[in-house]
Design a protein around this ligand. Structure first.
Ligand code: NAD
Length: 483
């Protein structure tokens, strides 16, 4: 599979494609081949302001429509995304290295637009006659302009998960994609234009955090902001909201997710699932199980199965090749960060697999890496690596492992493997995580029937399930009527 002849790299503002106002561009390099892919327009302060202004101008007429009147644009867009899935896969592979064979983002994003087209009408207010002499109503109303700032690891999926619920209830949006993976968002903009969304309703800009991201976070006309990315940036955004207009901020941040494997678990399944979790998207997944705890009596068997699984199921190579499931890290910066953690890991624990960059590849590849016996307090046990690196430690009792699993500032995801249903439920209740997988580590971010989000420093708010997602983008007004 190869790159399309024309790659869209401009900003999509008020229904039109425009170059950046100051002519600035930035380069996208293929992380597998180190070849230049595209020059992308970088939104300036003026461009970002213009995108917000056009969203603000489009708000009165868009918010006046019903969800049923908005839904056909969503349905058309979902169809176009599916039709363009292969091209989207190639663009993602060429900019941040996700293998085309593992690209589920297009269909998942289309599914989100379909899903919210069908659920937008479910928003409800309340009525009350509890106060004598009064009838009290609540009205749920859109905020106005909503900004979405998205990361690079699954850009289309996160974009759709934020924008679809915001738009269907009547907000207008400005999306800022990540500077590491802007090509699928720019391609999506061409599909938004084809789907016929009215100008200004759905703006997509490309650029960096320190200009366009920061302008959006501080902007007085942006009334809600949904962010997925690192905790460091999430804190900066929340501070910007506090300093400006106290916009509603929803943060989906990083993780250091534990998987706990008890001695009665299906070890083969646990090894397969946790192996997939380490290797999927080259470990660049927020909910990846990066700390695995295995009960002492099955530890050796699990390690054997886990290593076997990684060795036989990981196919490293060019992400444009359909048979490959393990591509490079997204760029040189991510590669350097992971290499630094590999050094740290070797100093604190025992290396049992991987531990280096393949010497026969020029791209930003890292071998899936497994450490054991790493002290709980080691830096690599506390910080998110965001690469294919995992620490596997031993435990004896349920009480001990629950304390270890929860001994982290993160709380995004956790998994428990056991055949004992009481223990599974007791443990799920005790884990400090927004999502707990029982006998599974399957990703839930593409799923629409359950909320997703973090405890503790992994974020604020929930996305995914309509009751949560739609409500994120609605104000509540009480109307008090004297009878
Ligand atoms: P990042 O925080 O570096 O960047 C995310 C986005 O924020 C980018 O678009 C970037 O340009 C923008 N940004 C950077 N500085 C900014 C600023 N000062 N103001 C406003 N915007 C700014 O994160 P990343 O490297 O793109 O993504 C990886 C991180 O995202 C990991 O920590 C990962 O765990 C997390 N993540 C979380 C989830 C989740 O659902 N909880 C999902 C995916 C990724």
């Amino acid at each position: 599979m190869g790159l399309p002849e024309y790659i869209e790299t401009r900003l999509f503002i008020n229904g039109e494609f425009v170059g950046s106002s100051d002519g600035k561009t930035f380069d996208i390099t293929n992380p597998a081949t180190l070849k230049h892919v595209a020059k992308v327009h970088e939104a300036s302060e003026q461009d970002t302001d213009r995108a917000v202004a056009s969203a603000k101008a489009a708000f009165p007429s868009w918010s006046a429509l019903s969800p049923a009147q908005r839904a056909p644009y969503f349905k058309k867009l979902a169809t176009l995304i599916r039709e363009n899935n292969d091209e989207l896969a190639v663009l993602e592979a060429s900019s941040m290295g996700k293998p085309v064979g593992a690209f589920f983002d297009g269909f998942a994003a289309a599914g989100k637009f379909d899903h919210y087209a069908e659920t937008g009408h479910t928003v409800q207010g309340t009525t009350s006659v509890q106060t004598p002499g009064f009838l009290n109503l609540t009205l749920r109303q859109p905020y106005g302009v909503v900004a979405a700032i998205i990361p690079w690891n699954a850009p289309l999926l996160f974009l759709a998960g934020k924008v679809a619920p915001a738009l269907i209830v009547g907000n207008t949006v400005v999306v800022k994609s990540s500077e590491k993976a802007p090509l699928t968002s720019a391609k999506l903009a061409t599909l938004v234009q084809k789907a016929g969304f009215p100008p200004g309703v759905f703006n997509i800009i490309t650029g960096f955090g320190n200009v366009s991201g920061s302008i959006l976070s501080h902007h007085m006309d942006v009334r809600a902001l949904s962010f997925t990315g690192s905790g460091r940036t999430g804190r900066i955004i929340q501070a910007a909201a506090a300093k400006s207009n106290l916009k509603a901020v929803y943060l989906e941040l990083g993780g250091k997710s534990p998987a706990v494997i008890f001695d009665d678990a299906d070890l083969e399944k646990a090894a397969k699932d946790t192996g997939y979790s380490v290797q999927s998207n080259s470990g660049q997944v927020c909910m990846m199980n990066s700390r695995i705890y295995v009960q002492d009596t099955v530890f050796d068997r699990y390690i054997e199965l886990f290593k076997e699984n990684l060795i036989s199921n990981v196919h490293v190579g060019d992400p444009l090749d359909k048979g490959i499931n393990h591509g490079p890290q997204a760029d040189e910066i991510q590669h350097k960060i992971v290499l630094r953690y590999l050094d740290m890991g070797k100093q604190s624990g025992d290396l049992v697999l991987g531990g280096s960059a393949p010497s026969d590849r020029e791209g930003y590849y890292i071998h899936p890496t497994v450490f054991t016996n790493t002290p709980e307090g080691a830096q690599i046990m506390k910080e998110e690596v965001f690469g294919p690196v995992v620490n596997v430690n031993i435990f004896k009792t349920e009480e001990e492992v629950l304390a270890k699993a929860n001994d982290t500032e993160y709380g995004l995801y956790a998994a428990v493997y056991t055949r004992d249903i009481s223990r599974a439920l007791r443990f799920a209740k005790g884990l400090e995580a927004g999502t707990v997988g029982v006998n599974c580590t399957s990703p839930t971010t593409g799923v629409n029937d359950t909320p997703f989000g973090g405890y503790k420093s992994s974020g604020t708010g929930r996305e995914g399930e309509p009751m949560y997602s739609l409500n994120n983008f609605l104000e509540t007004k009480s109307v008090i009527i004297k009878l």
